[in-house]
Design a protein around this ligand. Structure first.
Ligand code: HEM
Length: 511
C-alpha cells in the first residue's frame, strides 16, 4: 500500500475508528507507541535499553491483557498475548486465520511464495515434507559430526588474544554447515567468492558463507529481511541507503548462487543437481521452480539467522552467571563430553554424540536463555480471512495478526520469579517446574520460542541440536572473555529484535 493511501485512510478516520473499537475492551492494551515491542532507537534515553527490554516492560506493565494492538504506518496490528487468545487462535487456524501474504500489507512484495508465507493447505504439507520429512533438518543427530568438523575448523583459525565478532563468526560457520547439508561437500570448492560492498563504500572479495553472515547481520540491523532480499521481488526499501547497499550485496549473493546452481543444467532456470542427495528427486520434479527457489533461500537463512544470535546469547548469559557455568561444566564432565573430546575419533560414533545430546542441564540452560531472551519476539505474520472473535474481541477481516511469543515468558502466575535466570525451572524434579503455589505443570504454550501449532518453527529439532553442540563444544574447547562493560550492562541482550554483535577474545585453547 502506498503511503498516500495510508494518509488517506488516516484522514478518513479509519485508524481513529480502529483505536476506538479496541479501546472498548478491558482485556485489550492499545499502545500509542508504534514500537512498544521493539524500543525506539530515535530516543537517546532508550539507546541502551534495547528492543527486547522494551518488550518485557510492555508485558509486565500489562500482565492481564489478552491482546495488544499497535498502529504501525497507520495499519492495525494485533498481537495475541494470553493462553486463552492462543487457544482461540488454534481453533481458528487455518480456516479463519492463516498465514498472511505480506505483499498487501508491508513494503513492496516480500517473499510471498516461500513456505513460510504459503497458506496452510495441502501444498504447504507437500513443501514442508520435502524439506523436513526424513531430511537432516528433521533428524539432525546425523549432522553433529559435520557441525563439529566445521566449528573446529573455525576455532583453529581464530587467533588468540585478538577480539572478533562472535555473532558474525558463528554465522559464517552455520551458513557453511547448512550449505554443505544442502549442496554437498563440493559446494565450497565450486562456489565463487562474492564482491561484498561494506559500509565504507569499498568492495572486497569475500567467501560466500562470510558474505551471507554479513548480509544477514546488516539486514537485521537495518530492519529489513535477507529472505525478502534474496527473492527477486520489488522491495521499496532498497531504494534508499542503507537498504540499497543490502540489496546490492544480496543481488551479488543471489547471482553467485544461481550461477552455481544452474552450472550443470542449461535447460532449467534454477535447478540443483546436488540436492537430490537429501531431497526426494521425484518431489523436486513437481515443484514450482519459483517456490523451490524461495524455499531454498528461506531455509538457508532460517537455519542460520536465528541460531547465529542464540548461540552467542547462551554464551553471554553463562559468562554473566559463573555459578551456572560451573554446574553445566560439571554435567559435561559427568556425561563424558570432555573425555570424548580428548579421543582421536572424537564424536564420530553415536555414543560419542550422545554424550552431548543427553546433557539435561545443558537443555535447561538453553531453554532458560530462550525464555528470558527469546530470539524473536513475534511469530511470522498471520491474517484474519474473515471477521473473527478472539477472547470476546472482534477483529475485522484482513487485520494482520502475530503471536506474542514472549507474552507468557514473564508471567508471574506461571513462572517463579520470571525475570530471574534459573535453568532449574525446566527440571521436572525441581519444585520450580510447577505453576507457583500448585503441583500443576505449566501450560504447553507458556514457553514458545519456536511458536506453536501447525505453523510453528519447522527447524526446532535442528536448532536445539545445533545449540547444544555449539555451546558444549565451545565451553570445553576455549576460554574466552567479553568486555566488562557489556557483561555488566544487563540491557545488552542478543536477539533478532535486540543487539546483533558480540565482541569476544579467545584467551586459551584446550586440546
Ligand atoms: C533458535 C533458533 C530458532 C528460532 C527461535 C526460530 C523461531 C521461529 C518462529 C518463531 C517461527 C514463526 C512461527 C509462527 O509464525 O508461528 C519460525 C518459522 C520457521 N522456522 Fe524457525 N526458528 C529457529 C531456527 C530455525 C531453523 C534452524 C530452521 C531450519 C532448519 C528454521 C526454519 C523455519 C521455517 C521453515 C519456518 C516457517 C514455518 C511455517 O511457516 O510453517 N528455524 N521459526
Amino acid at each position: 500500500m502506498e503511503s498516500s493511501e495510508f494518509a488517506e485512510l488516516e484522514s478518513n478516520g479509519v485508524v481513529q475508528a480502529a483505536k476506538e473499537h479496541y479501546e472498548k475492551y478491558d482485556n485489550v492494551t492499545v499502545s500509542e507507541n508504534p514500537h512498544p515491542l521493539y524500543g525506539d532507537y530515535e530516543d537517546e534515553e532508550d539507546s541502551m535499553k534495547f528492543q527486547l527490554q522494551k518488550h518485557i516492560d510492555c508485558i509486565t506493565d500489562n500482565p492481564d491483557m489478552d491482546i495488544l494492538v499497535i498502529f504501525e504506518f497507520q495499519r492495525t496490528i494485533v498481537y495475541l498475548s494470553s493462553q486463552q487468545a492462543f487457544k482461540d487462535f488454534k481453533s481458528l487456524l487455518p480456516k479463519k486465520i492463516d498465514r498472511s501474504d505480506t505483499e498487501k500489507l508491508t513494503f513492496g512484495k516480500v517473499y510471498p511464495d516461500s513456505l513460510e508465507m504459503c497458506p496452510t493447505s495441502s501444498s504447504f504439507k507437500q513443501r514442508y515434507n520435502l524439506f523436513f520429512r526424513n531430511t537432516p533438518f528433521k533428524k539432525p543427530e546425523s549432522q553433529v559430526g559435520l557441525m563439529l568438523l566445521v566449528l573446529e575448523q573455525y576455532i583453529s583459525k581464530i587467533k588468540k588474544n585478538k577480539a572478533f565478532d562472535l555473532v558474525e563468526t558463528i554465522g559464517s560457520c552455520l551458513y557453511d554447515i547448512v550449505l554443505t547439508i544442502l549442496f554437498g561437500e563440493e559446494f565450497h570448492k565450486n562456489i565463487g567468492k562474492i564482491n561484498y560492498k561494506y559500509s565504507d563504500g569499498r568492495k572486497y572479495k569475500t567467501k560466500f558463507e562470510e558474505g551471507l553472515a554479513q548480509v544477514s547481520l546488516d539486514c537485521i540491523e537495518n530492519g529489513s529481511d535477507i529472505t525478502s532480499g534474496l527473492c527477486p521481488h520489488i522491495n521499496l526499501k532498497s531504494e534508499v541507503d542503507p537498504y540499497k547497499r543490502d540489496q546490492e550485496n544480496i543481488d551479488e549473493i543471489y547471482r553467485v548462487l544461481t550461477e552455481f546452481l544452474t552450472k550443470n543444467d542449461t535447460q532449467s532456470e534454477f535447478s540443483c543437481p546436488l540436492m537430490g542427495d537429501i531431497l526426494d528427486p521425484d518431489s523436486i520434479k513437481d515443484y514450482d521452480p519459483s517456490e523451490l527457489k524461495n524455499d531454498l533461500f528461506l531455509l538457508i537463512d532460517a537455519a542460520s539467522g536465528t541460531l547465529m544470535l542464540t548461540i552467542p546469547s547462551v554464551l553471554l548469559t553463562l559468562k554473566r552467571n559463573p555459578e551456572i557455568w560451573d554446574k553445566l561444566y560439571q554435567e559435561l564432565e559427568k556425561n563424558g563430553v570432555i573425555e570424548e573430546a580428548s579421543k582421536k575419533n572424537a564424536f564420530e560414533t553415536d555414543e560419542g554424540v550422545k554424550t552431548i545430546l543427553e546433557c539435561e542441564y545443558l537443555t535447561y540452560v538453553i531453554k532458560e536463555v530462550m525464555r528470558l531472551y527469546p530470539p524473536t519476539v513475534g511469530s511470522s505474520p498471520y491474517v484474519a480471512n474473515e471477521e473473527v472473535t478472539v477472547c470476546g474481541v472482534d477483529i475485522s477481516k484482513d487485520t494482520q495478526i502475530f503471536l506474542n511469543i514472549a507474552s507468557q515468558h514473564y508471567n508471574p502466575k506461571i513462572w517463579h520469579n520470571p525475570l530471574e535466570f534459573i535453568p532449574e525451572r525446566f527440571d521436572p524434579e525441581s519444585e520450580l517446574y510447577y505453576i507457583p503455589g500448585t503441583e500443576d505443570p505449566r501450560p504447553v504454550t507458556s514457553f514458545i520460542p519456536f511458536s506453536f501449532g501447525k505453523r510453528k518453527c519447522a527447524g526446532d529439532n535442528y536448532a536445539m541440536t545445533a545449540l547444544k553442540v555449539f555451546v558444549a563444544y565451545i565451553l570445553i574447547r576455549v576460554e574466552f572473555k567479553i568486555e566488562s562493560k557489556i557483561l555488566s550492562n544487563q540491557d545488552y541482550i542478543l536477539g533478532l529484535d535486540a543487539e546483533s554483535s558480540l565482541k569476544v577474545t579467545i584467551t586459551k585453547k584446550y586440546g
